[in-house]
Design a protein around this ligand. Structure first.
Ligand code: NDP
Length: 282
């Protein structure tokens, strides 16, 4: 019988995950199908309760459910609890378990791009969900110091207070949203992670953010990552390229968070090239 996997979100029609996972199932000859499920927030408990009776084998969870799903699960992995977001559900025997594959997905994409994370000094711009996943992922991958800067400094302070223990031994610190503080911070940064939604769709906020971040103060060897993948080359990445910095776009994180979920569900290595091609085409 065909195994059913899927993604719970609202809206979910834009998701590229079905294309990515269905191509992977097809390539490996696995009799399975991955389906988008549009679940409004008030129906999330009913949707989670239906996973067992419908015999669904594994799920991704996206906005707006990544946090609200946590109390509905039998167990949540420690990093997902620290991040405060679950994006993948799998069965461990009879228990429905939540994990976060965004964090290791990001670091795997950066390692695949040839970046050195062990000992890296990182600056994360933004203090939302993607920033939280980045901080935990990079700390696990061996970053020694992670500075967080957000336009609302109290949000950065909150993130640091909540994630300091999970990130140890990496040291977390807050950088204020000021030109002078940014310049000093950039000059001591090996890896800059743009984790705000400002660069999405390349609107006026994107240009303003690129203007606000003094990327010219980064060391020559620094790399710049933008987690936003629409467009693939955001205004921040354009500026970084102009400054001859190595750049990584957000599509790799999307790919590898999916690959890690696929491997968890099937126990097989994910066909990365096939999944990448499906993402590129979708
Ligand atoms: P959140 O809404 O949780 O957080 C957004 C963050 O961006 C907040 O800190 C917010 O600040 C900040 N922000 C928004 N607009 C601006 C601006 N104009 N200037 C400065 N800061 C701003 O979103 P997520 O963290 O979940 O996602 C952020 C982005 O990361 C998304 O656009 C998404 O596309 C991308 N992403 C990519 C993934 C991938 O697989 N590549 C995975 C997850 C996310 P404030 O609180 O002040 O509004």
């Amino acid at each position: 019988m065909t195994d059913i996997y899927g993604i719970l979100g609202f809206p979910v029609g834009h998701s590229r995950s079905p294309a990515m996972h269905n191509s992977a199932f097809h390539a490996l000859g696995i009799d399975a199908m991955y389906v988008p499920f549009a679940v409004p927030p008030e129906r999330l408990p009913a949707a989670i309760a239906s996973i067992r009776p419908l015999n669904l084998r594994g799920l991704n969870v996206t906005l707006p459910h990544k946090t609200n799903v946590i109390p509905l699960l039998d167990r949540v992995e420690p990093d997902a609890l620290a991040i405060g977001a679950v994006n993948t559900l799998f069965f461990e025997g009879d228990k429905l378990v939540g994990m976060n594959t965004d964090a290791p997905g990001l670091t795997r994409s950066l390692l695949e791009a040839g970046l050195r994370l062990q000992g890296a000094r990182v600056t994360v711009v933004g203090a939302g969900g993607a920033a939280r996943a980045s901080v935990v992922g990079l700390a696990r991958a061996g970053a020694t110091r992670i500075s967080i800067t957000a336009r609302r400094t109290p949000e950065a302070e909150k993130l640091v207070a909540e994630l300091a223990a999970a990130a140890a031994p990496a040291v977390l610190r807050v950088e204020t949203w000021e030109r002078a503080a940014h310049r000093r911070c950039m000059s001591e940064t090996d890896l800059l992670i743009q984790a705000t939604s400002a660069t999405l769709d390349d609107g006026p906020a994107a240009a303003a953010l690129a203007e606000a971040l003094p990327l010219d103060a980064l060391p020559d060897s620094a790399a710049v990552v933008d987690l936003v993948y629409k467009p693939r080359v955001t205004s921040v990445l354009k500026l970084a390229k102009d400054l001859q910095k190595q750049t990584v776009d957000g599509l790799g994180m999307l790919l590898y968070q999916g690959a890690i979920a696929f491997e968890k569900w099937t126990g097989q290595p994910a066909p990365i090239k096939v999944m990448q091609a499906a993402l590129d085409a979708s």
